[in-house]
Structure formats: structure tokens, C-alpha cells
Design a protein around this ligand. Structure first.
Ligand code: ADP
Ligand code: MG
Length: 257
């Protein structure tokens, strides 16, 4: 089976603090994968490595592949890394849309790729791109808002626009870092349903960090749990025990069981 994500020997240190400790990870399931763990356990740091946004401590020994492509290997493959970044859609807690631009333009920006100088390009999109962006907005139920400024939308609506932008990017995989953390429960459900739907219909794997265990169990077939920078659990979400979940969120006695 084709691997979705392969990580070998990933460590990351910030100012003497080890955020990730020799992590190895193997995800083959093309469905929804939840990344769980207490605050500060390294979830965002791991996602940033998967997206090629940051590099590990030991580049000579770390290997990261996403959808079969080498992401981590700075010396050898800067171009490869850029290509991979362009193929991953990244969704953030704070949406990261351009507030003063319209919904439609924000989605069109997805077509420009990771290195685009969009400021100089707005107005230069083709009709085909506009139709594609409208289709992406249709897909997330936001077509009626195309001409509105992003700043007029609710959080849940903004997150749907961010998802449309990933679709416009033709993302091969979606990484979502706490996409529902600042949403009310109803908007959170809508966004999770949408991600699940896109995963199932478009076949785009989704890796999503979540604070809420119940959402992870409900929407994600696979779990990766991090605790203090180490993998605590990796496998089917249906197989994790109540005790393991409780232990995951129990404050550490610095020795681990
Ligand atoms: P999580 O997303 O699980 O809350 P993070 O990956 O954001 O955890 O952080 C893991 C650890 O690394 C934390 O102790 C955090 O303070 C530290 N850390 C993350 N990013 C940086 C950074 N850019 N500079 C310094 N420390 C950081
Ligand atoms: Mg985080």
C-alpha cells in the first residue's frame, strides 16, 4: 500500500527544549488522521515538519516522506521541498486568509502556489481559474459569499473558505492545525463534516490536530497521540482505550510508564 506519511528519526530542539524526540511515524491509511496530545506536546511542530516549513535537528539522518515525496532533505532537494509544499493544503486555527480581499480572491490565491507574489497578481486570474474557484466555493457552501470581504465572515465561514483555497491548490493532502479550536460547536461540526466529506469524495488524506478527543474519535479513523514530544499512541482510533486517553492528558510525573 502506498504510504501517506513516513517519518524516521525526527528530533527538534528549540532553545534547549526538545519539542520532538526521535519520532518515527508511519501512516498508510488514506482517511482522516487525528493528531492528539496536550498543549505543548509537539503537534504543531510535527505538522510543520510534514509541510516542509521547518527542518529537523539532524537533517543527515531524518527522513520525512509525504505521499511518497521526500520533504526533509534540505541539501539535496530544495526544489522538491517547494513542490511538496505547494501540494499540501494547510489550514490554521486562525484561518490565515487575507481579510481585506474578497472571498473569491482568497480562494484564487490558492491557484498561485506557495511562492506566488499575489499582491502584484490580483486581477490577473483567468476565467477558467475563476470558474474553478467558484466551484471550490460551491463545494464548501460559500459561493453566495464570493464577492464579500473575508473580514465580514464568521469564523466557521472563514474556515470553509480556507478549505476551498486548499481545493483550489489541488492539494494532495490537507494538514489542518486546530481548525476548529476557535469555533462554536455547530461550526466545528460543519468544518469537520466538510473535511470528512472531502476526504471521502476527493480522496485527499487529512491530518488534523484536535484538542477535542470526541471529535477525533468521531471523525478520524486513525490516531497519532503525542506526549512530551514522543509518540504515545499510533493506530486505529477505535482501538485506543479509555485508560490510554486518560493517561495521555494526565500531567506528567516526569517518569513515564
Ligand atoms: P502543540 O502544538 O502540541 O501545542 P507545539 O508543537 O506548538 O505544541 O510546541 C511544542 C514545544 O515546542 C512547546 O514546548 C513549545 O513551547 C515549543 N516551541 C514550538 N515552537 C517554538 C518556537 N518557534 N520557538 C521556541 N519554542 C517553540
Ligand atoms: Mg499547536
Amino acid at each position: 500500500m502506498n504510504k501517506i506519511i513516513e517519518v524516521k528519526s525526527l528530533s527538534k530542539t528549540f532553545d534547549n527544549k526538545q519539542a520532538l524526540k526521535e519520532i518515527s511515524l508511519d501512516i498508510s491509511h488514506p482517511g482522516m488522521t487525528a493528531l492528539l496530545g496536550p498543549s505543548g506536546s509537539g503537534k504543531s511542530t510535527l505538522l510543520r515538519h510534514l509541510s516542509g516549513l521547518v527542518f529537523s535537528d539532524h537533517q543527515a539522518t531524518t527522513e520525512i516522506r509525504v505521499m511518497g515525496r521526500l520533504v526533509q532533505s534540505r541539501g539535496k532537494a530544495a526544489a522538491q521541498v517547494r513542490r511538496c509544499r505547494a501540494q499540501a493544503g494547510y489550514i490554521f486555527q486562525q484561518f490565515n486568509l487575507v481579510n481585506r480581499l474578497s472571498v473569491l480572491t482568497n480562494v484564487l490565491i490558492g491557484a498561485l502556489g506557495a511562492t506566488a507574489k499575489w499582491r502584484t497578481l490580483s486581477g490577473c486570474f483567468t476565467q477558467a481559474q475563476r470558474l474553478q474557484a467558484m466551484a471550490a466555493l460551491e463545494r464548501v457552501g460559500m459561493a453566495a459569499f464570493a464577492e464579500q470581504r473575508v473580514s465580514t465572515l464568521s469564523g466557521g465561514q472563514q474556515q470553509r473558505v480556507a478549505i476551498a483555497r486548499s481545493l483550489m491548490q489541488k492539494a494532495g493532502i490537507i494538514f489542518a492545525d486546530e481548525p476548529i479550536a476557535s469555533l462554536d460547536p455547530e461550526s466545528a461540526r460543519t468544518v469537520m463534516e466538510l473535511l470528512k466529506n472531502i476526504n471521502e469524495q476527493e480522496g485527499i488524506p487529512v491530518v488534523v490536530t484536535l484538542h477535542q478527543v470526541d471529535y477525533a474519535l468521531k471523525y478520524c479513523q486513525q490516531l497519532v497521540a503525542l506526549r512530551e514530544g514522543e509518540i504515545f499512541y499510533q493506530g486505529e482510533s477505535a482501538a485506543i482505550t479509555e485508560q490510554a486517553l486518560a493517561a495521555l492528558y494526565t500531567k506528567s510525573p516526569s517518569t513515564k510508564t
